[in-house]
Design a protein around this ligand. Structure first.
Ligand code: B12
Ligand code: SF4
Length: 471
């Protein structure tokens, strides 16, 4: 059976795609392993035009068009699906990805897709594909999907249980991708580079974070691959020629002993020319973990620092403090590991039903504190972004309650947090953002290792250093 796996994540916010979308490649590898019939797969990366999708469908003639997208690209994807349905009415269109958790009915109504998968997709997709000849009769028994019935009523089936043991999911079907379609990591030490996602679910609930896919409360929330399997995947990538891997899981240190064991397994591969980077939380952290990260050749770690105000950290439920942040950065940088801090401007939250936000003073203090950490050698890069409501996050619900967005809202460049801030002029707002962006550029220039092939994203950021936030 022929299946087209389409990534409709962008082009988003003027950036190119760093590497292939792993969600679709996981669906592909799972089918290959567990379907009791032969599947023929093709993958479309995110930058391709709608016409390219239509042309590939005409030529490849798939039975299923499986498309993955986030809330940021929902509208462009609906339009694409509508075009596909006009030209290929018989083609079965299946959707999935983070946007479907909150907005599955909207997806079906606005796009005309046949089925929308809600939550973890591998088993659900296998069942859809296995029942394709009899889908109308079988669909109500497939967990984790929604569809419009014969009377055009929205139907949602029982929640799909999460996969207990994610080692049972084969490594992503990377043979389907062409590296020429991707620009590579923005910061890297070696090329070619790629990404791995080795955990699923996060036990935390930060207010701004839309991490909905694995939050359906119907199984073990947080799961990690075994250290042995992680090392096996890294070795496979090394043999494919990759020399740097960004372990792009939400955070690699939910359980510290497991994290240390992962580092030990990676170090045991013995490849001095294979570099790693990963995302970490500030807690839990220990010197032993920092030492093992270094031994495994992690040259860069990215932490969600967000703000240095403890008032704001409490408000956004980050469950950490500036003191812990400083300690974690000190321990990591002492090993010669570079630290990349994700920071946000103008965080919002709710307290006793009242809308709260980070003040301009708090944002400016964060910028100042970051310089201070930089001078001490504790951090090396920053990346500044505005807090923005994303479907699936608590902030989205807060923003709806307080009239900051309505049901027709989609995240992207158009929503402007300035409109809901008090005690700041537009000029101050733009100046603050430009100052943050200058800090980002200065640290990047000083610390190096950035990828000029990512010129679209770099040029876009350069403009914000001069003009502030794009209108
Ligand atoms: C890695 C990552 C990226 C990487 C992607 C790299 C890559 N090569 O894949 C990069 C850095 C490029 C990226 C960028 C962005 N990301 Co991102 N990213 C992630 C992250 C951390 C992991 C994604 C992943 O691989 N998960 C593992 C796979 C297995 O899970 P999955 O993708 O959800 O797929 C499963 C199901 O959703 C489902 N499924 C998915 N698609 C389909 C399709 C079909 C047909 C079916 C049946 C099922 C199905 O089955 C899959 C397997 O179980 C997630 C957070 C998370 N933990 O998932 C955020 C996340 C997806 N990103 C998010 C966002 C907001 C962004 C950005 C907009 C950030 C920004 N401001 O620039 C951009 C925009 C991307 C875009 N163009 O749309 C949000 C999306 C929220 C939302 N409601 O849409 C998330 C959830 C982060 C968060 N916590 O808020 N991201
Ligand atoms: S921001 Fe990070 S720690 Fe917070 S909920 Fe999201 S993934 Fe978890």
């Amino acid at each position: 059976m022929k299946i087209l796996l389409a990534d409709s994540h962008g082009p988003i916010m003027g950036k190119d795609q760093t590497s292939a979308n792993l969600s679709l490649l996981y669906l592909g590898s799972y089918l290959r392993e567990y379907a009791d019939f032969k599947v023929e797969l093709e993958y479309i990366p995110q930058a391709k035009s709608d016409q390219y999708h239509l042309d590939r469908i005409a030529e490849f003639q798939p039975m299923i068009y499986a498309v993955s997208f986030t809330s940021f690209s929902a509208l462009v994807t609906y339009e694409l699906i509508r075009k596909i349905k006009v030209q290929f009415p018989q083609l079965i269109v299946v959707c999935g990805g983070p946007h479907s958790i909150q907005s599955s009915q909207e997806i079906l109504e606005k796009s005309g897709a046949d089925i929308c998968a809600i939550g973890e997709g591998e088993v659900t997709f296998l069942e859809i594909v296995s029942n394709i000849d009899n889908l109308e009769q079988k669909r109500e028994s497939i967990k984790g999907i929604c569809y419009m019935d014969a009377e055009n009523n929205y139907r949602r089936t029982a929640t799909r249980p999460l996969i207990d043991d994610i080692d049972s999911v084969p490594f992503p079907a990377r043979d389907l991708v062409d590296d020429a379609d991707f620009c590579g990591l923005t910061y890297s030490k070696a090329r070619p580079n790629t990404e791995m996602v080795v955990t699923r679910g996060c036990p935390l609930r930060c207010v701004f974070c839309a991490n909905p896919v694995f939050r359906l409360k119907n199984g073990p929330l947080y799961r990690g691959r075994s250290p042995e399997k992680i090392a096996e995947e890294a070795e496979e990538l090394y043999q494919m020629g990759y020399r740097e891997i960004y372990i792009h899981s939400d955070e690699l240190n939910v359980k510290l002993q497991w994290s240390i064991d992962v580092c030990k397994a990676l170090a045991a591969l013995g490849h001095d020319d294979l570099y790693f980077q990963c995302n970490l939380r500030v807690v839990p952290m220990s010197e032993e973990f920092a030492v093992w990260l270094k031994k495994a050749n992690f040259w860069l770690v990215r932490i969600g620092l967000e703000t240095t105000s403890n008032r704001v950290l409490t408000g956004i439920k980050k469950k950490m403090s500036y003191e812990k942040t400083e300690k974690a950065c000190r321990l990591l940088s002492a090993q010669g590991i570079k630290v990349f801090a994700f920071t946000m401007l103008f965080n919002y939250w709710e307290e006793d039903g009242e809308l709260q936000h980070e003040t301009v003073g708090e944002v400016r203090k964060t910028i100042k504190d970051m310089y201070s950490l930089w001078r001490k050698g504790y951090i090396h890069y920053t990346s500044w972004a505005f807090a923005c409501p994303v479907h699936g996050s608590e902030f989205y619900e807060i923003a709806l309650r307080h009239g900051m967005i309505d049901a027709n809202y989609y995240p992207g460049d158009k929503w402007n947090s300035f409109d809901y801030l008090t005690g700041i002029t537009k000029k101050e707002f733009n100046r603050t953002y430009a100052a943050a962006r200058r800090q980002q550029a200065l640290m990047a220039l000083k610390s190096g290792n950035f990828e000029w092939r990512n010129y679209k994203g770099i040029a876009r950021k350069a403009m914000t250093m001069i003009r502030g936030r794009p209108e």
